[in-house]
Design a binder for this molecule. Sequence first.
Ligand code: DGT
Ligand code: CA
Ligand code: CA
Ligand code: ZN
Length: 583
Amino acid sequence: MSANAELAAIFAEMASVLQITGQSPFRVNAHARVARILGALTSDVAEHAPTPESLTAIAGIGKGSAAKILEYLETGRVAEHQELLKKIPGGLLDLLGIQGLGPKTIRLLWQQAGVTDLATLQAGIDSGELEHLPRLGPKAIANISRAIEFARKAGGRTRLGAAMTIAQGILAHLRGVKGTSRLEYAGSLRRGAETIGDIDILAATADPDPLRHAFERMPGVQQILAAGPTRLSLRHAAGIQIDLRIVAERSFGAAWMYFTGSKQHNVQMRERAIKRKMRLNEYGLFPDDGRCEEPPQERGVEPVAGDTEAEVFAALGLPMIPPEIREDLGELELAKTPRLIEQRDIKSELHAHTVASDGRLSIDQLAREAMSRGFHTVAVTDHSAASAQANGLSADRLRRHIAEVRRADRLIDGISILAGAEVDILADGRLDYTDDLLRELDIVVASPHIALRQEPAVATKRLLRAIRHPLVNILGHPTGRMINRREGLSPDIAALVQAARECDVALEINANDIRLDLRDIHIKSALAGGALLAINTDAHAAEHFDYLRYGILTARRGWLTPDRCINTWSSEKLHRWLRKAAS
Ligand code: DGT
Ligand code: CA
Ligand code: CA
Ligand code: ZN
């Protein structure tokens, strides 16, 4: 984690403890606000030798907060934070990770029912005694119970974005180590899976000792779990295990292939090798000399291939198979390397927010950010009124907003700025704006935000109604799931896909790594069913454009080719498509 992220976490935790211990809302909010500001900063607070003055120059940071930030940068901790933590049972903070449990409810559970951690909470639910607490009826308890179950099932896997950030930091740290010739991440991270169990790193080096030394002493190491000559494992402070394997350079390709997996893909590859009278393992692809008792690499057998993946695939009569599709889902039947979508194919962002609703950018700033990413079009799609918590726009506000977008579009050269909306799909499938108002827009993204626990059949009907609405162009984050937080809707995807194709509506792949919605398998169904897809970051801030990377990885896992993604289209083609829908 960067200093900003660590500090933001500390301030957020202080706000939670203050609230759980019943301090004034003013103090609670002040800390929560600093956490938000730190989380949103685009520059690193640790940079340029910060002083109290340079920190208080940041809007929203007062003298007290500046002193705590400096204390943290000097000592790695904030004394007041440590003091606060002593005031509540440690297990209470774990409860904050459960959807629907905020500090207020946790305070109530603690003070009035003696709940101190997950176990006592579960016991209270099981015995039924929590139902008698004020403000907590059987329905609320059932929701908490479901959220606990969901958190348990998520089983401590880390989100793709968080794991990627950690891995990039580790690679940057190890890259400078003398003698290291190859250094790559492998495993589920390389395959772009939505959650990561552990991070696998693979290295080839002439001199393992400095590398092992640097790995064990990296910042963020919490505990060394194993430290063999070629296999090291440790627990990172971010709560994820990191495995490092050191291999010989001549077998790097075979090892990278093996440790990239997936396990099921590896099994298929090994069987293919056997059918071709060869043996494949993490050391290389070897001719099968009929002696299976001892591994070939230990008998000095020369490998057929091994230093690159491409060589191993070729020797098995296969094209290069992109890591994201190595899931044993038909990839070994491919005749040539599929041209999967890449980040540089993306030419537009069609779902983004401004300060008009809950974004942090003005229309101008959003447009300039999109332009700096090389896009020809950006759509301003702020929330509709039903999303009150996101400061959604009333009809009047939207009309004024449209005028502002059109003015910005006239004033700024080099990018088209579309006037759009992310209109809420209400529980019954109606949209949150009238058709007259929607007709004034260049683009309509319709998304579900509320009623995300509907039965699948109800959800299908609801989303079908939105897709069939003649003014909708994109179905935004169709299931509303949030990884490790809530399951979201489980509609009949095949039915949505068919309707989307018939109505020429694109289904969104929301690139925010907490959403990744549609998910990989849904994307594959959408392609098979002939629907179009959109990849949008749903940016609420400039740095959210970086989520695109996760949307692309997910799209590739769904075998998406550029032609089927509307964000890859030229300006002319995209705008023609949008106009056709409007007429
Ligand atoms: P994860 O960490 O749960 O997100 O998923 P992976 O795919 O990264 O799995 P991991 O870390 O257990 O192992 C990394 C890769 O090593 C895996 O994708 C394939 C390979 N591998 C590990 N164990 C086996 C095995 O028993 N058989 C085969 N064929 N490959 C294995
Ligand atoms: Ca792994
Ligand atoms: Ca592993
Ligand atoms: Zn949005």
